[in-house]
Design a protein. Structure first.
Length: 270
């Protein structure tokens, strides 16, 4: 005669406590990972189609909305005053009015064959009535600039204005310990200009220079698409790590739960 089926042994109280702790740990891990990804994604950032010194580059500024209750209604990007750019032109954005501010330089600046006496100091996009970057949304704003100076990096402080009147200033330098600041300024590293065979290989790396001081709308090219895609891709690593971490935590929790709740059957005394 077969042994009677015994009911599953109840999970001991210490095991139940362990399950609760594991569940809490998994939840905290998920929240932390998502929070980390959110912080990385919330920063105003810039992607450059070319970073080579002396080249002309399409800069795409990605502006996410951090507020849960207000929309972004204005974005101001400042051009570095200590490294004026001979050419700055903007791409028109439907529903937004663009204002270009030019300032006279304290003294003429020579860039190659050009001598600059004035330069663009800032570009501001202001939302038309009924337009804004709503909570949970982001928008892209593009500038065509050049030639890039032969320096380590270009930094573009930015102001983000919300419909409730608040302004977020994106201009913090990197912290002394190398960690990211709370409101870092959008920036990118400039690479050395190609020389010799490399210059011949790159051919049109410097591109065709727009007219000096122009603010015309540049033609939309494949380069614009590439830069926009690059801006989107900056969030991918954080998002991927968050998903992987959540999956690992869930699998660990499930494995522990199955092991603790497995019934222990008594052997048939016969």
């Amino acid at each position: 005669m077969s042994a009677p089926t015994l009911p599953a042994a109840p999970t001991p109280r210490p095991a139940r406590r362990l399950l609760h702790r594991l569940g809490g740990l998994a939840a905290l891990t998920a929240v932390g990972l998502f929070a980390g990804a959110g912080v990385a994604a919330a920063h105003v950032s810039v992607a450059a189609s070319s970073t080579e010194a002396g080249s002309y580059s399409l800069l795409t500024f990605r502006v996410p909305n951090e507020s849960a209750t207000a929309g972004t209604v204005a974005v101001k990007v400042e051009i570095p005053a200590d490294h004026p750019l001979a050419s700055v032109s903007y791409e028109a954005v439907p529903g937004w009015t663009t204002t270009v501010q030019k300032d006279t330089l304290p003294s003429p600046v020579v860039q190659g064959d050009l001598t600059l006496t004035e330069a663009v100091s800032s570009v501001t996009w202001t939302a038309d009535a009924g337009t804004s970057i709503e909570p949970g949304q982001f928008a892209r704003f593009a500038l065509s600039v050049g030639p890039l100076p032969d320096i380590d990096a270009l930094t573009f402080p930015a102001d983000q204005t919300y419909s409730d009147g608040s302004v977020v200033r994106w201009a913090d330098p990197e912290n002394a310990d190398g960690s990211e600041a709370e409101h870092p300024a959008p920036s990118f590293t400039i690479t050395p200009a190609a020389t010799g065979a490399d210059a011949d290989h790159h051919g049109g790396a410097t591109g065709s220079a727009p007219a000096t001081g122009t603010t015309e709308v540049p033609a939309v090219t494949d380069t614009a698409t590439t830069a926009a895609a690059t801006a989107d891709d900056t969030d991918s690593p954080a998002r991927t790590l968050g998903i992987v971490g959540i999956v690992v935590a869930a699998v660990a929790l499930l494995t522990a739960a199955i092991g603790l709740r497995r019934p222990h059957l008594k052997k048939d005394p016969s």
